[in-house]
Design a protein around this ligand. Sequence first.
Ligand code: FE2
Length: 492
Amino acid sequence: MQVETLPPILSTLRNTDHPYMQGAWTPMYGEVNARDLTVIEGAIPTDLDGVYVRNTEIPVHEPIGRYHPFDGDGMLHVISFRGGKADYRNRFVRTRGFQAEQEAGQSLWGGLMAPPGASLRPGWGAHGGLKDSSSTDVVAHAGKLVSTFYQCGEAYLLDPDTLDNEGLAGWAPIDGVSAHAKVDEATGELLFFNYSKHAPYMHYGVVDRHGKLVHYVPVPVGGPRLPHDMAFTEHYAILNDLPLHWDAEALKNGFHATKMHDRPSRFGIIPRRGRPEEIRWFEAEPTYILHFLNAYEEGDEVVMDAYFQENPEPGPKPDAPRGFAHMMGYLDQHMMRPRLHRWRFNMKTGKTTEQHLDERVLEFGMFNQRYAGRPYRYAYSAVAVPGWFLFDGFVKHDLVSGKSWSLQLPQGRYASEAPFVPRIGAKDEDDGYLVTFVIDENTQTSECLLIDCQRFEEGPVARIALPHKISSGTHSCWADRRFLRDGVLPRE
Ligand SMILES: [Fe+2]
């Protein structure tokens, strides 16, 4: 393994006892390029050619007010596979906020838990005074990586091979782009939404495979909402208006507190290039959904899978360190209790039927993107560590037979969100690998794991050493090199 280290960025963060600046969430700052990574166990398969990218939140400066782990600056980690070899590099996303704070040598924006008016500069994005860190999500589209922020900010473009920052996506509208824009590899389109505090409160848009905004329409809802994700089928996009959103009274005083409202969940189904008057709204059981899996059309029905939170308002975590109970409650999947759940929306009758598909606490689902928007069979979910925003296992579901398989990591090893990588020449939907980064608290090292999805419970087929210990983070994607080159992967 050959490692090149870049000049250091400026960090002013001091030692702290913050629970999300310790262990697997310990911030790291080194930016490196590493070639020909060392294989610890097994072998890197030769039948994958592309990149796995994951976003991370890194606190760079001493925070203004109390730090929330979603406040950190975005850092992308990319491992590139080709011909049985792997290279790695990582870079901060050079957002306007990151650059301004590098120049100032200090935090200029307060975070999610800072009081109103704490920021030293006006910001942009849904909260006004919140730094757009571009630290939540990453997708590949039109040959570039696109990193985004959950509170609706800019879309930042990066080169998938070099991780060179290439500035802002010109297609992003004034109200910004939420995390969880969806890419349909079969058409090369990117479907996105945003939300704001002013009418019509939500928009939906489509960017074509050349990076041109080709559709952008309002999605009128009854007030400020807080959607986090969306879904799509071959012909429709599915937006949501869920009963957990900002408390209007608190918002008047500048506080962004969430509250569960006494009303049903609503899902808006719009033709992918549809007009606002074509949106069909369906009511369903009240819940909050952080992440969706897939959706597809079947006869008169639109079928949608996602994680149904049984307790969207978890309240304070009882055993949390003083001052962190509320934050830690909302980061604990075992308090929110998301269940793999299926909704069926009947486009003829307007009726919704729904049911749990599994009773376990699962989230951060992945599936074979070649089946995105189409009928699919296999889903992969992450298993969260009780009490923490950390993952230590995965569950594979066969959604047709109901069978499932589990993979648990050894004690002290934490995984990241794990996309499915189709094997080159794959014959079946589950013919491929899950790819994930692992932080090992026992050895203070990090690895990349590849798990053969047809031999799910046998453990990884390859363990690949990373050149440094990374920090835990959030979302990720796999991008096939053919998709990066052509901007589209026609269905075979
Ligand atoms: Fe998310």
